[in-house]
Design a protein around this ligand. Sequence first.
Ligand code: HAM
Length: 433
Amino acid sequence: MAKTIGAPRGTRDLLPEATPAWDRVEAVARDLSRRYAFDRIEIPLFERVELFARGLGESSDAVEKEMFRVGGARGSEEERAEWALRPEPTAGIVRAFIEHGMHVRPGPLRLTMIGPMFRYDRPQAGRYRQFTQWDVEVLGDAGPAVDAELIELAMRFYRDVGLSDAVARVNSIGDAACRPAYRQALVDYFTGHVERLTDDSRRRLEVNPLRVLDDKALPEDLADGAPRASDHLCADCRAHFRTVLDLLDGLGVRHVVDHRLVRGLDYYTRTAFEFVIAGREGQQQALGGGGRYDGLAELLGGRSTPGIGFGIGLDRTVLAMEEQGIALPPPPAVVAVVGTGDDHADRLRVAATLRDAGLAVRPDGTSRKLGKQLESAAKAGARWAAIIGEELAAGEVILRDLETGEQRPVAADQLVEAITGRSASVDDAMRSR
Ligand code: HAM
């Protein structure tokens, strides 16, 4: 036998038993996107490396360590260095906003997408090389209300998928006016303790000192004593942040101010936030995160446009749902259509009629013995079997309840009613369509 080929490291196949949870989180994300009046946008899976380097920052992990480079087989080294699979969608969405002159549209623009992202990181539980985000972005609104609205939206998402104890960690990391002084305060402080920093942090101290706070290995006392962004905010940033916190209080959104929260991408200004399960802050990677990026459009060559958004990791959301044992709605009840001999035309016709009424149907395509067909329908999880036999000549089929084994003849034109009238789960399945 030929050697088998496995899936690439850090990727996963989602087999049918895993996909109902994904259907659920995607359905909740789409429903909330509609209710919060977001429009769908799609962007390419790969972009110029330069877009990410400029947008997310050369020193961000996503660019420095985790770029997933792509290039054609015939491309030169240079050409191949030019492209990367998207590690996140914000830079691409802002690129599209600029490229298509979307600033002339009536704003603020509310854009959303769900799709795979790629980071060439060391894989572990909850960290994959291909993962999926639900992303939302608002472009053209500088005020604090939208910050609170988006945090409330994300928290509503976690609640609607059934997760308890999600909490928003929020911080403000200032803007172009006040960040330089805060940066300098961090450099001064950490330079005095450089012997206690990891190699990674020493490097960060030079390129992006805020990210030293992000180092998981930073000693607790050193972190606690570090200058806080909130003490270095300019008056505008402080007022903005205060209002965001007041609005969150007013909305009853569970949140904590986390002075160490700086986020791993360089485009952020002012409000930054992450979502975690309460009590698991230390161990668990964030279920989602985002923030304001008022300078990004300009950085990418567009006109100055404020922006804010978040990305929710659907893989980690599904993992958290599994950990919390969240029950999923039952799958739609399936009707098997079975028969005898070569009556496939009849089976397919009956199946089509049931499908017209919205039912899920699997006709048996074999000519096995009836008993075998019923057995495999039950094993496959079908709830009923419509058995086609000689009664069809008189306009009837046999409807068998595969759970109880009861069966009775039903007029073919009453079949849908006989099935839907009998089962709450079918009613539910039909109602949720
Ligand atoms: P991020 O924090 O890099 O932000 O990613 C958002 C979420 O994606 C994370 O909280 C996590 O749930 C998930 N995630 C990230 N990396 C992985 C991975 N390797 N495996 C599994 N899940 C992962 C952004 O990407 C920003 N674009 C968010 C944003 C939108 N900010 C403004 N607008």
